[in-house]
Design a binder for this molecule. Structure first.
Ligand code: G1P
Length: 292
């Protein structure tokens, strides 16, 4: 039965080892993309897709995430007094744009382990799952999570975001075995977590966004530790496929993984080049660097 999609779960409990030592004290979800932390882009994408309630899965030591979305009255007074109205509106929006609640993941037992903690939050409603270290930049007027919602509204099933990656990179991702329907919609036959290129069923990689029916939580209850001894969300999707259809959506957009060094630098250059106030100076600086 199709229902309105208004809930999202954002796993943000991991150590962020690919970005150490920076991530020792600062959560990887707060890595900046120009002037906003990654997680803020993710929440803005959620809001654009109609999400009204967000559950953030955090872990001990990552409380800065909670502080980013909490009001700071003294700061607001200071901005008000100095007439910085635009900045004030932006700061206020952080604690008003969506209802955020938090849950602590005590045992870091994988993405599946994190999503499992959202069972009560989800109840009988569908939930979007959005990885908190990845910005999805839509190529259309519809956010990437919004694109998943559109497929859900057509089929009433769980929907996973996919993008094509070079075959030599499939071992970094969950990879689809799927039948191509129309308009970029896929019907999943199977999903394999981080296969070797020669064993990969395709080069369609899971791209950081999912939309699940409540069936995923039953599947997660029966999912045992898999690759790297972690509860893999991919394994839960395989179980789900035994009882429900699952669709895929070739996203019209680009994925920016800020949790890797190259991804972080490239995304910052690309987003900074889109800021009118930075463009000209930055372009000159980049040309100088490249000409050296
Ligand atoms: C996770 C998922 C994987 C997915 C990837 C990017 O892997 O397990 O299936 O393709 O995110 O969305 P991770 O990057 O956490 O190792």
């Amino acid at each position: 039965m199709k229902k309105r999609v208004f809930k999202a779960v954002i796993p943000a409990a991991g150590f962020g080892t690919r970005m150490l030592p920076f991530t020792k004290a600062v959560p990887k979800e707060l890595i900046p993309l120009v002037d906003k932390p990654v997680l803020q882009y993710v929440i803005e994408e959620a809001v654009a897709a109609g999400i009204e309630e967000v559950l953030l899965i955090v872990s001990s030591g990552k409380e800065a995430i909670i502080r980013h979305f909490n009001p700071v009255p003294d700061l607001e007074i200071r901005l008000e007094e100095s007439g910085k109205q635009e900045l004030l509106a932006q700061i206020r929006a952080l604690n008003t744009m969506v209802k955020i609640s938090y849950v602590y993941q005590q045992q870091l037992d994988g993405l599946g382990g994190a999503v499992r903690l959202a069972k009560n939050f989800a109840g009988d409603d569908p939930v979007a799952v959005m990885l908190g270290d990845t910005v999805m930049d839509s190529h259309t007027g519809r956010s990437v999570t919004g694109q998943l919602v559109d497929v859900y509204e057509r089929y009433g099933t769980s929907v996973i975001a996919f993008e094509q990656v070079p075959l030599e990179k499939v071992s970094r991702y969950g990879v689809a075995d799927a039948e191509e329907l129309s308009d970029g919609v896929l019907k999943l036959r199977d999903l394999v977590e981080k296969p070797a290129p020669e064993k990969a069923p395709s080069n369609l990689a899971v791209a950081a966004r999912y939309l699940f029916t409540p069936g995923i939580f039953t599947a997660l209850e029966h999912t045992v530790a898999g690759l790297h001894n972690e509860i893999q969300l991919t394994d839960a999707v395989r179980l789900l496929l035994k009882s429900e259809a699952v669709h895929g959506c070739r996203i019209a957009g680009k994925r920016f993984d800020l949790g890797s060094k190259a991804g972080f630098v490239a995304a910052n250059v690309e987003f900074a080049m889109r800021c009118p106030e930075l463009q000209e100076t930055l372009e000159k600086q980049l040309r100088n660097i490249l000409n050296k």
